[in-house]
Design a protein around this ligand. Structure first.
Ligand code: SF4
Length: 469
């Protein structure tokens, strides 16, 4: 029988990319192969994100195209999985293009649902009822573990870089920030047993993986009680770093509330734990932080960043901000700008507020800031972030840095002729700085030392290695 082809479209965060990679891995065990072309696929899997309206709109526009493809290929099956599937359920299933809808807690069922839909040509729905209620939570825990037991597929977005892999430490969130839909679609926090994580990391290390990133929506909340001991993220980082073959360990994303300094201590004392912290502040105004239900004040956030820098000198801090949250005044926004100037992020992502259905802010707070003002604040904040990174990155000029090489850069032929025909490569430092340099492609997946010759806000440019010049 010819190999069946699967086309994957994955939207959203790293967590989603990891889910995609597990689902593709499971389908791979059933003989499916990935294809880049939807026209060549027997099955299209769309892993969706509900965090922003734009991501949902893109899913619908893709479904429009897939509906058209089904006209010429009636055997094509389309599965919509992930957060949007959980949020919209039947509504999504009613779409002409869609055969299967499966929520984030049902991803382990996707291969079976596809097999059924292939056979009966019916529509199939599997999402959690009342995902936040205790009985459903228990089910989410059991089902989450089933998904994470799948083998990872390496040729999806999350794992296209052959030297690195993502491992889920936990899923879900208990924070209920007023603008966020995650707790409603991904359910409560569930931490995986440490032995499952370590076993997976050992397996990956044996396959040549050199960098592990532990994932969780609020990964610093990781807690797993086994007998007398409660395992924390700091324990996990230490244990993963001890695995033979693992060079670097990272974690994303952290929430500033309940951030335990033991994580910083393990980072300071263990050179394999990368000195990089992605820790969204979201706003620099206490009034807005309260309205967002973030659970900390600006001063508490600043104190935590100062502590991080005292314990881990040189730590790279990255953030996220939302501009134009309901009620955000010019003065609130200026306080956010001040916070950015005070913390001096390595980089930060800025999002314009858009209300998400069924969240507290959508139901109770008026979206008062105009699109124009949101746009202006977005541009201004990005400009300040970029100015700071440009200034701070200059300190790397002339310095040697170690990078884990990810592969060809987006412009592999740049400066090729002057560099012994070596392509331009891209790598990242332990502090998560992006470095491009010309070198042999065989360095992909290896650690390399390069010297920085030029800097920009988001990129360091380095000289070719002496042996390749
Ligand atoms: S911490 Fe807040 S923003 Fe992050 S996933 Fe949880 S509810 Fe959403």
């Amino acid at each position: 029988m010819p190999t069946r082809k699967i086309h994957l479209k994955s939207f959203g965060c790293q967590m989603n990319k990891l889910d995609s990679s597990l689902v593709v891995g499971a389908l791979g065990e059933q003989g499916y192969e990935l294809t880049d072309t939807p026209e060549a696929a027997d099955v299209i899997v769309v892993n969706t994100c509900s965090v922003r309206e734009n991501a949902e709109n893109r899913v619908f526009s893709n479904l429009g195209h897939f509906k058209y493809l089904k006209k010429s290929n009636p055997n094509l099956r389309v599965a919509v999985i992930g957060c949007m599937a959980q949020r919209l359920g039947d509504e999504l299933l009613a779409h002409e293009a869609v055969d299967i809808v499966a929520g984030p807690a049902q991803l382990h069922e996707v291969p079976a649902l596809i097999a059924e839909a292939m056979g009966d040509h019916d529509k199939h729905l599997s999402v959690s009822e009342k995902i936040r209620q205790p009985a459903a939570s228990e089910q989410v825990i059991t089902d989450s573990h089933k998904l994470d037991d799948f083998e990872l597929a390496y040729d999806t977005d999350a794992n296209h870089i052959k030297s690195q892999a993502f491992i889920r430490a936990m899923r879900g969130c208990n924070n209920f920030c007023t603008y966020c839909i995650v707790p409603f679609v991904r359910g409560p926090e569930v931490s995986r047993p440490p032995e499952a994580i370590l076993e997976q990391a050992k397996k990956l290390a044996a396959q040549g993986i050199q960098q592990i990133t532990l994932l969780g929506q609020t990964v610093n909340s990781y807690q797993y009680k086994a007998g007398e001991k409660t395992y924390t993220l700091a324990d996990l980082l230490g244990q993963v770093s001890e695995i033979d073959g693992i060079g670097w360990v990272r974690f994303i994303t952290s929430h500033p509330g309940r951030f335990d300094t033991s994580i910083l201590k393990v980072m300071a004392n263990n050179p394999k734990v990368c000195p990089y912290l992605h820790i969204p502040a979201q706003s620099g105004s206490d009034r807005i932080l309260k309205a967002m239900n973030r659970g900390y004040t600006t001063q508490q956030y600043i104190d935590l960043m100062d502590t991080a820098r005292a314990i881990v000198p040189g730590i790279a801090i990255a953030g996220d901000f939302i501009v134009g949250f309901p009620g955000e005044t010019d003065d609130d926004f200026e306080q956010t700008v001040e916070l950015v100037r005070r913390v001096r992020y390595k980089n930060a992502f800025v999002f314009k507020y858009s209300p998400r259905p069924d969240t507290h802010s959508e139901k109770k707070l008026e979206d008062t800031v105009s699109d124009e003002v949101k746009q202006q604040r977005n541009a201004k904040l990005l400009e300040v972030i970029s100015e700071i990174s440009a200034e701070d990155n200059e300190r790397f000029l002339g310095k040697e840095v170690e990078v884990l090489v990810e592969g060809l850069s987006k412009k592999p032929n740049l400066n090729r002729a002057e560099n012994n025909n070596n392509p331009q490569l891209i790598g990242r430092t332990a502090h998560d700085y992006i470095v491009v340099f010309n070198g042999p492609e065989s360095l992909t997946g290896q650690f390399a030392r390069v010297t920085v010759t030029k800097t920009a806000p988001l990129t360091l440019f380095a000289a070719p290695r002496p042996s390749t010049a």
